[in-house]
Design a protein around this ligand. Structure first.
Ligand code: NAD
Length: 418
């Protein structure tokens, strides 16, 4: 992918280290039994949540961030006490080898294994019974993984993709928006699940955004991005050909150049794209940014809500009310106002999709919780049988009255007359 050094450090190394440090800093606290509220009946007993591992966990990763997307879940899975089988993507061969040959020398071989496998072997791997499956990849393969998991009743987390909308309102600092959108869209040559997939804005804003995006792209990558060390390449020929067909959407306003031998696609902006155009039919996963013109924010929100729920919604406006309206009236895995990608850097925020973009979440404590079975435990004393006898047959109205009062959850601030 010729991922620039900076982008590797940022997305593969720094985020993994942050996850690791966050986990090591807090693990002794997270793993402790959590004591919970008790009723009158159980007042003298121990009621707590035990943090149990699931058992054997399978982690399947994609190719676009081949280190981060395996190691971040791995950190939480091990922290929660599980044994782990790691399945890297077969598309990024070098990273797959690094994982298969390197990782085992740092991990306990009795508790972990790396399986280098393509689709056929992974299909067979999924026939086994796991105690948890954590899958990152496309929505299409997510369905296959969930179907296989259902046969064994295995719980899953699915971190999937989708089309992330980016609404740009008429009131904003256009140049700042252009830089932030261009950075998010062209990072890793657009091969990022949380990249803004398309811009929604008015026709007037499109006219202002185009020169601003052109300026931002030139500032970032110089007059010829193909010569820039800071712009990556498409992962493979199949993905390159797929992206080329998406270029036939709207009009090419910026970029559009391709070089198949180099798997290079220039940072490209497509203007006046229609919802029926090829670029709007699937997740782009490449350095192509379509702009779809809408009349106003309401139309943008309707557009977003008429499609599958995305991994993230982006909204740009100097008016906080507009950003909040987009947040409140849409549904997505995550949300980021006035920037792109940066929400993923916080280990304090859950990261995950909803609907077509995924199921479950991770990052920081959310990763630990994902790989933890929260076992509800009540440990009672052996004595006080007279109190216990209140719930044994033969039943009576009087016994029921006492049990009701002793175990009832009272409504707070309820009017006593009702
Ligand atoms: P993919 O779904 O093609 O492959 C992901 C993994 O599944 C790979 O390890 C692959 O070997 C395996 N796989 C592929 N076909 C399979 C099958 N039929 N049965 C079993 N396993 C199979 O995804 P990809 O092309 O590697 O990655 C790109 C996708 O991942 C995009 O849709 C992107 O949005 C998504 N993604 C999501 C996140 C997230 O955190 N939500 C992060 C990165 C990428």
């Amino acid at each position: 992918m010729r991922k620039p050094f900076f982008e590797c450090e940022f997305s593969e190394i720094l985020l993994c280290k942050n996850e690791l440090h966050e986990t090591l800093n807090n693990l002794s606290h997270w793993m402790k039994d959590e004591h919970v509220d008790k009723s009158l009946v159980t007042r003298l007993d121990l009621a707590f949540i035990r943090k149990d591992p699931y058992g054997v966990v399978l982690i399947i990763g994609p190719w676009n961030c081949p280190i981060h997307l395996l190691l971040v879940p791995l950190i939480g899975a091990i922290a929660a006490g599980n044994c782990v089988i790691i399945k890297p993507s077969e598309i990024t061969k070098n990273s797959e080898r690094l994982m298969a040959e390197g990782l085992p020398s740092y991990l306990d071989k009795d508790c972990s294994a790396v399986v280098a496998a393509g689709v056929e072997e992974t299909t067979r791997l999924l026939e086994n019974k796991f105690d948890y499956i954590f899958f990152t990849g496309s929505s299409a393969v997510g369905r296959i993984v969930m179907t296989a998991a259902a046969k064994q009743l295995t719980p899953v987390t699915l971190e999937l993709g989708g089309k992330n909308p980016c609404y740009v309102s008429d009131s904003c600092d256009v140049q700042n928006v252009a830089r932030r959108v261009a950075w998010g869209r062209f990072f890793n040559a657009g091969q990022i699940c949380i990249a803004p997939n398309y811009v929604l804005c008015s026709a007037e804003m499109q006219e202002k955004l185009l020169p601003a995006l052109h300026k931002a792209i030139t500032e970032f990558y110089g007059p010829n991005p193909q010569e820039s060390p800071d712009f990556g390449r498409i992962v493979g020929d199949r993905q390159f050909q797929r992206l080329q067909t998406l270029l036939r959407s709207g009009r090419v306003a910026i970029g559009g150049q391709t070089d198949e031998k180099d798997r290079y696609i220039a940072p490209t902006v497509l203007a006046d794209v229609l919802p029926s155009d090829p670029a709007m039919q699937e997740e782009i996963f490449g350095p192509i940014l379509p702009i779809v013109v809408v009349a106003n924010m309401d139309e943008a929100i309707d557009f977003i809500n008429s499609r599958e729920r995305p991994l993230v919604v982006y909204a740009f406006s100097s008016d906080d009310k507009v950003v909040n309206q987009v947040l409140e009236r849409t549904s997505s895995g995550g949300f980021c106002g006035n920037d792109t990608l940066m929400h993923v850097t916080l280990t304090s925020l859950p990261f995950g999709g909803i609907g077509n973009s995924g199921l479950g979440m991770h990052h920081g404590k959310f990763t630990f919780d994902t790989f933890t079975h929260h076992r509800g435990c009540l440990h009672r004393g052996m004595g006080r049988e007279a109190l216990h006898a209140l719930r044994y047959p033969p039943y009576s109205q009087q016994k029921l009255g006492i049990v009701r009062v002793a175990s009832e959850v009272k409504r707070k601030d309820a009017c006593t007359l009702l």
